[in-house]
Design a protein around this ligand. Structure first.
Ligand code: EPU
Length: 416
């Protein structure tokens, strides 16, 4: 099994170009089957989740052509097959086929989704949304069987502004009869990205990016074209890396508004950088101050960035806190940073970080995607070598991470 070897202590400079966003792309591929004959998606990242989604599309009778980072999908021969368990369990986003198969066939059969493990991750809000549109949802063994005689638009209030539920209900509503209104919808950029794809296919949607989304059901959607937004989590990860060990490190191809919460926190702790609409230039922050971070839905500080931000706070002088308000168990990587010399402890959903601490290389097993990224950052500033196991979890979300980091001067390689 391959592992990642990182030798710490290098200064990183040069340019890192940000890839298309995982969490947009993994919704856009399932959305493709809403098109009756074909559609095209630009700037698709080469990550493992995409490989599995393409396999699911094949099972459903679709064909596709890949040219560099563009994928053209032909849905002419789409058929309603059950999504195999070994594919759906590879990632969380396989659940978007519930919404799109339901929309196209009024029936979806799919196993429980997979994804990173940080506590219970229910999908009750997705289910409630499908039911509100007129579907019946049964769970037989580990399969969801979702059926509807017809889908009729409805007014749906989400108890929590869930990204997945907002997108899934929006997808299912595209072919419902009449108008669907999603209230307390999530406002993450991924939702705007998916809505713009659906609008491009011919669907009438207003309000994406706000708390109220209105979808007018259609009879025929086709020929959608969309470009995946830059990955805001990858961008935030590398900007934080620049604050740890960069020298004029350019993070390029971002949308600044999508990473504002991270940039504001970096300013709070004393980091200096130059930011334009599509680029951040950052160098190692010499004096890092402690802070308190509360994870929130967009535009708040993202849960997906807190693990990486923790590494920065291990270098702050004093006590910092991270309150994780989205997922109950997302501190496993902090416990692993302790094995590198960090001083953190978790009490329920609050992590306390005492700094500054000198980190040293260690042999560790990656616990989850963003936790893996945090360990990579820890390894880059640690003394000595770090060996990371279970690296497919990192490759799930960071396109070409080894090449991107090597190109700016990191000593990082995949070893057998
Ligand atoms: N929730 C429910 N019921 C639901 C849906 C969600 O209780 O039906 C709860 C979850 O348990 C969680 C909170 O609501 O406590 C947020 O969940 P949300 O649905 O917003 O998250 P998600 O759609 O499952 C996506 C990303 C995650 C990211 C979150 C939050 C994808 C495939 N995943 O998950 O990405 O952390 O939004 O922004 O888009 C990652 O990239 O590492 C990752 C985990």
């Amino acid at each position: 099994m391959s592992r990642l070897k990182i030798t710490g202590g290098k200064t990183l400079s040069g340019t890192i170009n940000i890839s298309g966003a995982k969490n947009s792309a993994v919704a856009l591929l399932p959305a493709a089957i809403l098109a009756k004959s074909k559609c095209k998606i630009y700037k698709v990242p080469k990550i493992r989740d995409i490989e599995y989604l393409l396999k699911i599309l094949e099972v459903l009778g679709c064909t596709y052509k890949i040219e560099e980072d563009q994928i053209e999908i032909d849905t002419t021969n789409l058929k309603n097959a059950p999504v195999p368990e070994e594919l759906s369990q590879q990632m969380r986003a396989s659940y978007y086929f519930m919404g799109t198969l339901l929309a196209r066939f009024k029936r979806a059969e799919i196993c429980f989704p997979g994804g990173c493990n940080f506590g219970s991750r229910p999908i009750d809000l997705h289910i409630k949304g499908f039911e509100a549109l007129g579907a019946k949802v049964e769970i037989i063994k580990s399969r969801y069987i979702i059926t509807a005689k017809k889908l009729v638009g409805a007014r749906i209030y989400l108890d929590f502004a869930s990204v997945g539920a907002t997108i899934n209900i929006m997808l299912a509503a595209t072919y419902a009869k009449g108008q669907t209104i999603i209230e307390n919808a999530a406002r993450e950029p991924e939702i705007i990205n998916v809505a713009s794809f659906l609008i491009n296919m011919g669907c009438k949607i207003t309000g994406a990016g706000t708390s109220t989304i209105i979808i007018e059901g259609s009879e025929e959607l086709d020929n959608g074209v969309v470009e995946v937004f830059p990955d805001r989590i990858e961008a935030a990860t590398y900007v934080i890396m620049g604050a740890l060990c960069g020298k004029n490190l350019h993070i390029k191809g971002i949308i600044k508004d999508h990473i504002n919460a991270t940039l504001i926190k970096l300013k709070d702790v004393g980091c200096e950088f130059k930011a334009t609409n599509d680029e951040v230039v950052i160098s190692k922050c010499k004096k890092i101050m402690p802070t308190d971070v509360h994870t929130q839905v967009f535009p708040g500080f993202p849960t997906d960035v807190q693990q990486v931000f923790t590494v920065l706070l291990t270098q702050a002088k004093g006590k910092s806190h991270i309150s994780e308000n989205i997922y109950e168990l997302r501190f496993e990587s902090a416990m692993l940073l302790n094995k590198m010399g960090a001083d953190t402890y978790a009490n329920k959903n609050v992590l306390t970080i005492n700094g500054p601490t000198k980190l040293r290389g260690a042999n560790l097993t990656v616990p989850d995607l963003r936790g893996g990224a945090a360990l990579v950052l820890g390894a880059l500033i640690a003394k000595g070598d770090t060996i990371l196991d279970n690296i497919p979890l990192i490759l799930r979300g960071y396109e070409d991470i080894v090449e991107k980091l090597s190109n700016v001067g990191a000593k990082i390689e995949i070893i057998e």
